[in-house]
Design a protein around this ligand. Structure first.
Ligand SMILES: Cc1cc2nc3c(=O)[nH]c(=O)nc-3n(C[C@H](O)[C@H](O)[C@H](O)COP(=O)(O)O)c2cc1C
Length: 216
């Protein structure tokens, strides 16, 4: 697939098939993805990836702790958030609705599904050393996108999942993540369940003139 075409059609996967992916393929995806750029080439990503039985075990542990409803999962804001951002987020959830209705589900599918990695067989958890944030976060963003596009090139789907930050302790304890690493994002990876309505959904974008300025 042409790169330009791949960039235009990429969208997240929110329903993965049961088809497993091999550790060899997962390693290959990571090997390609780490070609992403980083400031001074320090390659600050620390990746812990789960596959197959390990992902299932994690899902079970997350279920156990999340069921009491006492955890907070959403991204936090510092200060007043301009309304345009909260509007866009609300719009996304409104747009999900018909697809979820077709599946007989409600919007909580997105939140609960995030905690289940949408049943993906593999998940890459990306951390950064506590001394480096936030100046180096763009490097993690670049890595995340490289990983998603590499997955796409291999015929797989992906979904970045930040929502699991609410169960960070559970994940790091199972995976043995050192205390001096900070969670940034996870990326669920696997084959797409094509027939599932939510996977047909493609989110929109505001017109380029609205948030991009070209000064010449
Ligand atoms: C850092 C980051 C965290 C995200 N976390 C979640 C998440 O927890 N759950 C989810 O369903 N989607 C999550 N997403 C996916 C976004 O909702 C999605 O990228 C956005 O709606 C645009 O859709 P598209 O990627 O299909 O174009 C995340 C994306 C990013 C970049």
């Amino acid at each position: 697939m042409e790169l330009l075409e791949a960039l235009k059609i990429r969208k997240v996967t929110r329903a993965f098939s049961d088809k497993p992916i091999s550790d060899a393929l997962l390693r290959e995806l990571l090997k390609v993805a780490i070609n992403s750029p980083s400031g001074s080439n320090i390659q600050p990503w620390e990746i812990y990836a789960t596959n197959g039985a390990k992902t299932k075990e994690l899902r079970r542990l997350i279920d156990e702790v999340a069921k009491d409803g006492k955890r907070t999962f959403g991204a936090s804001y510092s200060g007043m958030v301009p309304e345009k951002y909260t509007k866009r987020s609300a719009e996304l959830f409104r747009e999900f609705r018909p697809y979820l209705m077709e599946m007989g589900l409600k919007n909580d599918y997105i939140l609960k599904g995030s905690l289940h990695f949408f049943h993906a067989p593999a998940v890459a958890f990306v951390y950064i050393h506590e001394s480096l944030t936030p100046m180096r976060l763009p490097c993690i963003g670049a890595l995340m996108v490289y990983l998603m596009l590499t997955a796409q090139a291999y015929g797989l789907g992906s979904c970045p999942i930040g929502y699991v930050r609410g169960v960070d302790d559970v994940i790091r304890s199972l995976l043995g993540v050192p205390e001096d690493l900070r969670f940034v994002v996870s990326v669920a990876l696997g084959y797409r369940k094509e027939e599932t309505p939510i996977n047909r959904f493609k989110s929109g974008r505001v017109p380029v003139e609205e948030n991009c300025r070209i000064l010449s």
